[in-house]
Each structure stands twice: as structure tokens, then as C-alpha cells.
Design a protein around this ligand. Structure first.
Ligand SMILES: *Cc1c(COP(=O)(O)O)cnc(C)c1O
Length: 367
């Protein structure tokens, strides 16, 4: 094999042309206003409301703190039903905002929360559901919300993977009471680190803004025990630049995803997520499940790593098997999540990944 000299990582952060960024941050040397809801912060907030098609959105220093604030905004604690097939942040945010996670198993085809298993987990202490649009696969929003409504539960989506996606033309954050987005360097759209909460009820804005800035209302009034979750101007500048290119980047990702699908979908024992016609996808990740394939996940992982290609075992282990939750949960109670976590690999996926490298990866997997 010729051509590739470099390590291939699972992702590579999108960056605007250097001059575009320096042009954007020049004004900061005039204003000396670096954080605390500056001009670039406010411009990005407005732009994202438009791009994500949401009425209310609040920027944060990162997605995790945004999720903690989204949960905290409702002022309730108790049990929160989420899934164990996600990044550590989801369940940790539930715990750190004062509630107890309860784990619902996932669907075997798209790995999102299984609504058929949700209702049985609801107790008098349950106050919210936190489903995850994992890999950008949209949850069964209607069924989940129907169940939540019947039991008076809030629905707060972890939409960290679902930036810019739409379902039947509607922005993904138009579902549920609130959605959290992550703008971490590894996500489809980044502000270096960053995140946002999109939400419906205008009455929440007081608490969301308060949790983001120490509960400071004005110079003399501190009204709640908030933390510090503010996005700074350098992050916002990166966001404003990256937002100009994000559609084009998603277009490139689409071509890469299509190439992987063409190469891998026919192979016996390789399972890819279904693509829904009514979803505008962002191609954030390329998850592949190896079940009944001639090699198991560990062997594929090893063979790629030996060639300096680095997929990730996202998400292994399941959250309910983490050391920090030991003794509190039995991973056997979410058997689908447990099984998928042992069979899945996310393959390299980023806008500038050459198609020749995709072919090389597929050759190694299939040979
Ligand atoms: C990235 C991510 C988060 C947290 O976002 P940060 O911006 O890294 O704090 C939360 N949930 C999921 C599923 C994620 O992938």
C-alpha cells in the first residue's frame, strides 16, 4: 500500500483557515473583552439559533456543563432514566446534578433508548428521561415523549452527537423539553471546547443563565448557587468561523460514510446502522458492529492498530459497568447495550479523511 505516511486517528478537529480565525479575533485586541457574554458569544448564540432551528439557546464552556445546567434548570432531583450506551458525561451529569441514573436498554439496530423498556423503569421518584441520540442516530422521539407525557416526566436529550440534524425537516432540538449539544474539538462542529442548551420553556432561562454564571442576576443580586459555565470569546470566534464551513464538512463526511457503506455493507457479519429517509444526518461517527464476522471486534481493532490506524471502542465499557458505579448496577440488566459495547468499533471519520484511506481501512477489515 502506498501513499499514507501518517497515523490515522478516529477523528481530526475541523479548523477554519488560519487567517479567517485571526481576522475574527482581531476585535478582541480593541475591546479587551474576553469573556462574560461578549459580542462574539452573542453573535454565535444568534447564529446557532438559526442554524439549529430553535427559539432559545444558551452557550456553555463545554457540553458536559451544559447538560448539568439543563438538568439543574428544572430544580428537581430523584431518578433519571438514561442509557448505558453513551459517553461518561451523560450519567455523570445526572449524578452531579443530584439525581440517580437508572439505565434503560437500547434498541439493537440504532443503539438508542428502547421505548419498549422505558415504562417498566418508571417509579414515583422518576422525574426525567435523558435519551441519547447516539452516533447521531435519532431516538424514537415520539414514543419516548408519549410515555414521558403520560407520567409527567421531563425529556432532556443528550444531543451531543446530533448537531444540525433534522427529522422531517424539524431541528433535532425541537423535541423534548431541552437538548444539550457539545462543541468539543472532536465533534462535527467545534468551538475548541463548548456546548449549548436549547430549550422550550422561556421560564427556564432564568435558571439556565444563573447556573452558567454563579447565579449573578446583576451587580448586587446573587439569586442562586450557580457555577461557571461561560463560553469565552476565543471559543465563540472559532464557532463563528467553523459554522461557515460546517455544511461543506458534513457533505464531505457524507461521501466518506457512503464509501464505507459500499465497501462494508455486503460483508457477512458486518452490521451498519440503518439510514432513515426522513433524517438529515451529520455523519458524526462511523460505527460498525462485528457479529458473526470472520474476525471479532478485538481482532479487527488489533489489525487496524498494527497499521497505525486507530478506531475507538466507542462505547465500551457500558456506563453501568464503570468502576465508579461498581456495586450499584448490574450490566446484565441491559444485555443489548452490553453486547453492542463488545462488538462495536467506530472507524476513522472526519471531513478530510481521504477516500483512499477509507479503502485501505476496509481492505484491512475485509482481508
Ligand atoms: C462529547 C459528549 C458529551 C460531553 O460534551 P463535552 O463538550 O466534551 O463536555 C456528552 N455526551 C456525549 C454523548 C458526548 O459524546
Amino acid at each position: 500500500m502506498e501513499g499514507r505516511e501518517k497515523t490515522v486517528r478516529v477523528t481530526r478537529s475541523s479548523m477554519p483557515p488560519f487567517e479567517e480565525y485571526t481576522e475574527m479575533i482581531k476585535v478582541l485586541w480593541d475591546s479587551h473583552w474576553l469573556t462574560n457574554m461578549g459580542d462574539l458569544h452573542n453573535r454565535l448564540e444568534e447564529s446557532l439559533k438559526g442554524y439549529l432551528k430553535v427559539p432559545r439557546l444558551s452557550l456553555f464552556v463545554n457540553g458536559h456543563i451544559a447538560l448539568e445546567a439543563a438538568l439543574g434548570a428544572f430544580g428537581q432531583t430523584g431518578e433519571v432514566i438514561t442509557t448505558p450506551f453513551t459517553f461518561a458525561s451523560t450519567a455523570h451529569a445526572v449524578v452531579r446534578s443530584g439525581s440517580v441514573p437508572v439505565f434503560c436498554d437500547i434498541r439493537p439496530d440504532d443503539y438508542t433508548m428502547d421505548p419498549d423498556k422505558l415504562e417498566a423503569l418508571i417509579t414515583p421518584r422518576t422525574w426525567a428521561v435523558v435519551p441519547v441520540h447516539v452516533y447521531g442516530n435519532l431516538c424514537q422521539v415520539e414514543r419516548i415523549e408519549e410515555i414521558a407525557r403520560a407520567h409527567g416526566l421531563k425529556v432532556i436529550y443528550d444531543a451531543a452527537h446530533a448537531f444540525g440534524e433534522t427529522l422531517d425537516g424539524k431541528g433535532v432540538a425541537s423535541f423534548g423539553d431541552a437538548s444539550m449539544f457539545s462543541f468539543h474539538a472532536t465533534k462535527v462542529f467545534n468551538t475548541i471546547e463548548g456546548g449549548a442548551v436549547a430549550y422550550k420553556d422561556p421560564a427556564l432561562s432564568h435558571r439556565i443563565e444563573g447556573l452558567k454564571n454563579f447565579g449573578i442576576m446583576d451587580e448586587e443580586n446573587v439569586v442562586l448557587v450557580g457555577g461557571n459555565g461561560k463560553m469565552n470569546e476565543f471559543q465563540a470566534a472559532m464557532g463563528l468561523c467553523n459554522l461557515r464551513h460546517v455544511e461543506q464538512e458534513i457533505g464531505k463526511r457524507e461521501k466518506i460514510a457512503a464509501r464505507y457503506r459500499t465497501r462494508l455493507s455486503e460483508a457477512e457479519g458486518i452490521h451498519l446502522c440503518p439510514e432513515a429517509d426522513n433524517v438529515k444526518h451529520n455523519y458524526a461517527y462511523m460505527p460498525v458492529v462485528f457479529r458473526g464476522f470472520k474476525k471479532d471486534r478485538e481482532q479487527v481493532f488489533r489489525e487496524l492498530t498494527e497499521q497505525d490506524i486507530h478506531p475507538r471502542k466507542y462505547f465500551y465499557p457500558c456506563v453501568n459497568a464503570y468502576q465508579c458505579y461498581q456495586g450499584q448496577y448490574d450490566p446484565e440488566e441491559t444485555p443489548i447495550a452490553r453486547q453492542i459495547s463488545m462488538e462495536v468499533l467506530t472507524l476513522p471519520m472526519y471531513a478530510d479523511l481521504p477516500l483512499e484511506t477509507v479503502d485501505e481501512i476496509c481492505d484491512i477489515i475485509l482481508r
